[in-house]
Design a protein around this ligand. Structure first.
Ligand code: FAD
Ligand code: SF4
Length: 348
């Protein structure tokens, strides 16, 4: 009798993989360490998503419901895999909740961890209450509270968004570009201007990477329609004069020092490898790439292959990814699993 497929992680990638397998009648077990499904967009309370403009709770919430309603998907929340042995077609996994399950293959959809801004102390996070992260601003908007300075709940009149916090920064061991934060920040800037039309929003950048078709919808629109100001700068530090936050740095276009006061400073935080990746690599016997994300062994032949046959990977577990690409990879990994099983049945 055929065994189910293990899917680790219930974010957009894992939900897509479970949905794909379920719709073709293949059973899966979706294992999520938190107490609910949805991944970062739900667990971190994202607001309106790039590029669809849909609320995360509706778009990703819909994906969760579709999987919860699928009778081919068994869901185990609050659980992790603690051991994984066997070979393709015949694996046995022990779960942290005491269950033992058998599986024909596994898809790792274990995602990423948000960069913790305390690792960039010179930019004021953890020292000043009104220095916040993009996820905190997303939560202010998605909760309906609106964008407010945490220190006294006032509406900010001047907001600075600092890009590349925890990305493209060799000094703190993060060389990668997190891919989506330029676009997310342009989007957030427009949302702030929409809610607070009197608020001036500045984006401090090294380079702008609103890649592909996002240039028109986010980069140009935010300037032309929403009057968001972009400053190409190297930031030295974020301090306070007791009343305002002070962002100090160098305007790298005119090569002059700049010091500007703000009410709120937002760190556009990047995507770190999942903090569990060493544990996941040991448990599943797979390789990580040089930065600590899960290594993809085959880019063109078998979608989502890892270094271990029968174990696949999809989404931001492989490196910074957008939601739509994570979803596409989840579907593709499900397809790769099915064709891998067909191939091994033929050769058996
Ligand atoms: C501030 C910010 C805003 C963003 N906004 C957008 C946006 O608007 N549009 C967009 O396209 N992208 C956006 N992104 C990127 C988006 O978050 C990712 O593309 C997406 O979350 C990746 O989905 P995933 O399923 O691969 O991983 P995740 O969403 O990280 O889901 C992984 C899941 O696996 C679980 N898990 C982790 N480890 C284990 C384990 N050991 N065992 C069991 N379960 C585990 C986690 O709890 C989580 O539920 C944003 C990113 C940031 C940082
Ligand atoms: S997407 Fe933009 S903000 Fe994010 S790391 Fe790349 S350049 Fe920096």
């Amino acid at each position: 009798m055929s065994k189910p497929i293990l899917i680790i992680g219930g974010g957009p990638a894992g939900l897509a993989a479970a949905h794909s397998l379920g719709t073709v009648g293949k059973q899966s077990i979706l294992i999520e360490k938190e107490d609910r499904l949805g991944g970062a967009p739900i667990l971190s309370g994202y607001a309106k998503l790039v590029p669809s403009g849909e609320w995360a709770k509706d778009a990703i919430g819909g994906m969760v419901k579709r999987v919860e309603d699928n009778e081919n998907v068994r869901i185990e929340t609050g659980a992790k895999v603690v051991s994984f042995n066997g070979e393709p077609g015949n694996f046995t996994a022990k779960l942290s909740n005491g269950n033992t399950v058998e599986a024909e293959a596994a898809i790792l959809c274990s995602g990423f961890t948000h960069f913790d801004s305390v690792n960039k102390p010179e930019w004021g996070f953890g020292t000043y209450e009104d220095v916040v992260t993009t996820t905190q601003v997303e939560q202010m908007i998605s909760s309906g509270q609106g964008v407010r300075c945490p220190s006294d709940s006032r509406k900010p009149k001047r907001v600075a968004i600092l890009l590349c916090v925890g990305s493209r920064d060799r000094q703190i061991g993060r060389e990668w570009c997190s891919k989506i934060c330029c676009t997310v920040s342009s989007n957030l800037a427009m949302e702030i201007r929409e809610e607070l039309p009197d608020c001036h929003v500045y984006i401090y950048y090294m380079d702008i990477r609103t890649f592909g078709l996002y240039e028109t919808k986010y980069y140009w629109r935010s300037q032309e329609e929403f009057k968001v100001k972009y400053i190409k700068a190297r930031i030295a530090e974020v301090t306070s004069d007791g009343e305002k936050l002070i962002v100090k740095g160098e305007d790298t276009l005119v090569k002059r020092p700049i010091t500007i006061p703000f009410d709120m400073v937002v760190h556009a935080i990047g995507m770190d490898p999942n903090v569990d990746n060493d544990e996941i690599a040991n448990t599943f016997g797979i390789d990580l790439e040089q930065h600590g994300f899960i290594d993809v062994a085959n880019r063109y032949g078998v979608m989502g292959a890892t270094s271990r046959p029968g174990v696949y990977v999809a989404g931001a577990a492989t490196g910074p990814e957008t939601i739509d690409d994570s979803i596409a990879q989840g579907h593709a990994a499900a397809m790769a699993v099915l064709s891998g099983l067909k191939e091994s049945a033929k050769s058996a």
